[in-house]
Design a protein. Structure first.
Length: 171
């Protein structure tokens, strides 16, 4: 079987590899430090496919959604979820990516979530966000110390948001 005939995991498609590069570069731009220890600075940056593998396998939870308006329709849809996020929300890649990102929170928590996302849009990034989320089975959990940042494209235009956190507990 030739390498091009091998079915790639969804998180290793060229589109997702490009998105991972935006997630990592936008994080470094917003916070002045790399999202992962391997970094994205030109002299330290791993090959894009390796970066995608590293982010998917990272212990921290990382999610991203598209740039749809927060206050229209169902709002933005998830475009990325690493393995830690998939495990926490108990969803497959296919069930998580494409899901309206608002559905990661209970209806009663969505207004507070939207406020944080709006603040992150206005400021480009926020630190130390805390909130309540819900997994696919209805189990609630609290996240603390999350970072939320704006994703920018190759033309320096906003194209979504991402979040990362490592501290959470079941309620």
């Amino acid at each position: 079987m030739t390498p091009t005939a091998i079915n790639e995991s969804a998180w290793l498609t060229p589109e997702t590899i490009g998105l991972v590069g935006r997630i990592a570069a936008s994080h470094e731009r917003a916070f002045g430090r790399p999202l992962l220890a391997c970094g994205v600075a030109a002299d330290l940056a791993p090959e894009p496919r390796l970066l995608a593998q590293e982010l998917f396998a990272a212990e921290i939870v990382v999610l991203a959604h598209d740039g749809a308006p927060l206050d229209q329709g169902e709002g933005p849809r998830l475009t990325y979820a690493n393995r830690s996020a998939l495990r926490l929300w108990r969803r497959s890649w296919a069930a998580m990516v494409g899901l309206p990102s608002s559905r990661t929170a209970e209806p009663a928590e969505r207004a507070a979530r939207q406020q944080a996302l709006s603040a992150a849009q206005q400021l480009e990034a926020i630190r130390d966000y805390s909130g309540i989320r819900i997994d696919s089975q209805g189990r609630r959990f609290a996240i603390t110390g999350a970072r939320i940042w704006t994703l920018v494209d190759a033309h320096d235009q906003p194209c979504g948001q991402a979040a990362a956190f490592g501290d959470w507990h079941w309620l």
